[in-house]
Design a protein around this ligand. Structure first.
Ligand SMILES: *Cc1c(COP(=O)(O)O)cnc(C)c1O
Length: 384
């Protein structure tokens, strides 16, 4: 062979038989077939063989299988991020003329898509009170095709009565999708509580180190698998096998990280609840969190993200100064990594509530717990 050809079509020179604990990163767009008649174009590679890298390489399928196992799902679709997972659910379940229900404390960009792109496409997404429980029944219309639940909800952390909502929805033939990111897909058993579709941002706890963006959509029936699968294929939601490899590595320490984060976060939340400048702690394991009893009934633990409200003695600018004064806590979005983060939500909108820039959300990382508390104590003192 000419050396030009040999560069492109080399012999394999490395010895085979390498045994390692790490999952290999398989990169690839083109998939080779042995003969013309073997060519397929099928997203369902786990069952029907590899066809195209867009639908995943063996690294992606390994991650998909492990998430499905962990969540007790029939199949998990791995997509580029949590928001892509939310989009995949909407596009699989809704059509022009559809009505969907989303709790008013849902992840912000979910509501942004609802009021933006989905509205423009003729899909009517209505916000509802997350604490409505079985009362959701009254909001279901003939054209309702999807109900979202997110428990605890973003920032204000309300725990929903997911089994009651699922029972009401199923009574009227409506599917329920859960954003299970808070629970990392493990602290709340979505399918055992009646949920039809469970999504999570692997970006948070599975990735666990603030260096990757991935999401999953998990389903438990062949019908939903086919419905989501067809949509997944058409949307072209490709993920990087390198990111999947990082997520596979993250899974190995997920158990120990969640255990430690729960303990450390409870200590910080407890300390905050005892401070006279703090009006309310929104942590699912605390009775001050709306829906706490449901958390006790349905969850096997809590994780690292929670919020607290300063008393009215603090102005919005003092709360902002508090955030800026923190040093161990960094200022940034997202959560579930090893670094503690703090953020104020100045414009958070909840019907009938005005937090007036006094609501702070924390993500507890893996730093020493007492040092985190000292950081909070110093910052509160400085701005008081
Ligand atoms: C972060 C987050 C998402 C979106 O995940 P990305 O990977 O950042 O797109 C969705 N839902 C919840 C509850 C989240 O916290």
């Amino acid at each position: 062979m000419h050396w030009h050809s040999r560069l492109v079509q080399p012999q394999t020179l490395a010895t085979s038989g390498f045994q390692s604990l790490a999952t290999p990163t398989y990169r690839g767009s083109t998939v080779l077939f042995n003969k013309q008649a073997d060519i397929v174009d099928d997203w369902n590679q786990a069952e029907n063989g590899y066809s195209y890298g867009l639908y995943g390489t063996p690294t992606t399928l390994e991650l998909s299988g492990r998430i499905a196992q962990l969540e007790g799902a029939l199949h998990s679709f791995v997509v580029p991020g949590g928001q892509a997972a939310i989009a995949l659910v909407y596009f699989a379940m809704c059509r022009a003329g559809s009505h969907a229900l989303v709790p008013h404390n849902a992840y912000g960009p979910n509501k942004e898509m609802a009021q933006g792109l989905l509205k423009d496409l003729g899909i009517d997404v209505e916000p509802y009170d997350p604490l409505i429980g079985a009362g959701i029944s009254d909001l279901i219309r003939d054209n309702t095709s999807l109900i979202w639940v997110e428990s605890p909800g973003s920032v204000t952390m309300e725990i929903q009565d997911v089994p009651a909502i699922c029972a009401a929805a199923h009574g009227k033939g409506v599917m329920v999708a859960l954003d299970n990111t808070y629970a990392a897909g493990v602290l709340f058993d979505a399918f055992a509580h009646g949920v039809d579709i469970s999504m999570q941002a692997l970006t948070k706890y599975v990735g666990g180190h603030s260096d990757l963006l991935l999401g999953t959509v998990s389903v438990n029936t062949e019908v939903l698998k086919a419905k989501v699968g067809v949509t997944f294929k058409q949307l072209g939601l490709a993920v990087s096998p390198d990111d999947c490899n990082l997520a596979l590595r993250g899974l190995q320490t997920l158990g120990i990280r969640l255990t430690h984060l729960e303990k450390s976060t409870l200590e910080v939340a407890q300390w905050l609840s005892e401070q006279k400048g703090v009006a309310q702690v929104f942590h699912p394991a605390f009775p001050s969190c709306p829906g706490h009893e449901l958390w006790k009934r349905d969850f096997t633990g809590s994780s690292s993200v929670f919020s607290f409200l300063f008393t009215e003695e603090f102005s919005a600018s003092q709360v902002e100064a508090f955030i800026d004064t923190l040093s161990m806590f960094k200022i940034g979005m997202s959560w579930g990594g090893v670094t503690s983060l703090a953020l104020v939500y100045p414009n958070i909108e909840r019907p009938g509530k005005d937090y007036a820039g006094r609501l702070v959300r924390l993500n507890i990382g893996l730093e020493h717990t007492q040092e985190l508390i000292q950081d909070l104590e110093r910052a509160i003192k400085t701005v008081s």
